[in-house]
Design a protein around this ligand. Structure first.
Ligand SMILES: Nc1ncnc2c1ncn2[C@@H]1O[C@H](COP(=O)(O)OP(=O)(O)OP(=O)(O)O)[C@@H](O)[C@H]1O
Ligand SMILES: [Mg+2]
Length: 203
């Protein structure tokens, strides 16, 4: 399975979520990371962490295709693509089983930026790729998502029921090369990541 975190807008949580989903999935599945972000965020965090994951960094479309064709079916590839448009990013999206698009609902620029990304996706001839919007970094006081759902709705997407709250623990753990799964104290964050993984498995 190929699971890709994607959005042409930067800072929406692609790398943060890719790292934590990889850790959540790793409890039961074989997981490898594909870091296509210019900043190599996951490559460096994985090094700080003592390299718990194999991290691939394809530099062009041919290298990406080679990686995908060499990857056996029992391995889940988590791809973190940078917040920009490129042929390489488009190829990654086209070959993904699931594309997760993180959006922070009450950040109007992210909701508007999503329209640009949606226009790019409309140009891709995907066949079996499933696109999901994931509300991420949600303020503790936000309870009702109806107006945000209206703002991003489109035929291409499902809006995931799982949502990720704004929690310090997501970035404080990453700074040390850890994840929310490294301490039993982070139950709420672990639960929301595992619920997201379960929903994706069913999708
Ligand atoms: N659920 C969350 N709770 C708290 N902070 C979050 C959450 N999600 C993301 N962040 C923070 O938001 C910032 C941007 O996240 P991240 O770097 O993962 O975004 P990105 O989409 O990968 O950005 P880029 O496109 O620049 O690579 C980081 O400081 C990260 O710690
Ligand atoms: Mg990133």
């Amino acid at each position: 399975m190929i699971l890709t975190l994607a959005h042409t807008k930067g800072g929406v949580g692609k790398s943060t979520l890719a790292w934590h989903i990889a850790h959540g999935l790793k409890q039961t599945d074989k997981v490898e990371i594909v870091d296509m972000d210019f900043n190599q965020t996951l490559y460096y965090i994985n090094r700080i962490a003592g390299s718990p994951f194999t991290v691939h960094q394809p530099r062009n479309v041919a290298e990406l295709y080679d990686l995908i064709s060499r990857t056996t079916h029992d391995v889940t590839l988590i791809m973190d693509i940078g917040g920009f448009d490129s042929d390489l990013n488009r190829a990654a999206i086209r070959h993904s089983d699931h594309v997760i698009i993180p959006i922070t609902p009450d950040r109007v620029t992210e909701v508007l930026g999503f329209r640009t990304f949606d226009a790019i996706l409309s140009e891709l001839d995907t066949i079996d790729t499933k696109f999901h919007i994931l509300f991420n970094n949600i303020h503790a006081s936000t309870r009702n998502f109806d107006k945000f759902k209206k703002a991003v709705k489109g035929e291409r997407f499902t809006i995931l029921k799982s949502a990720i709250r704004s929690r310090k623990i997501y970035y404080s753990t990453m700074g040390n090369g850890q994840s929310v799964f490294d301490s039993i104290g982070n139950v709420s964050a672990q639960t929301e990541i595992m619920e997201l993984i379960d929903e994706l498995r069913r999708a």
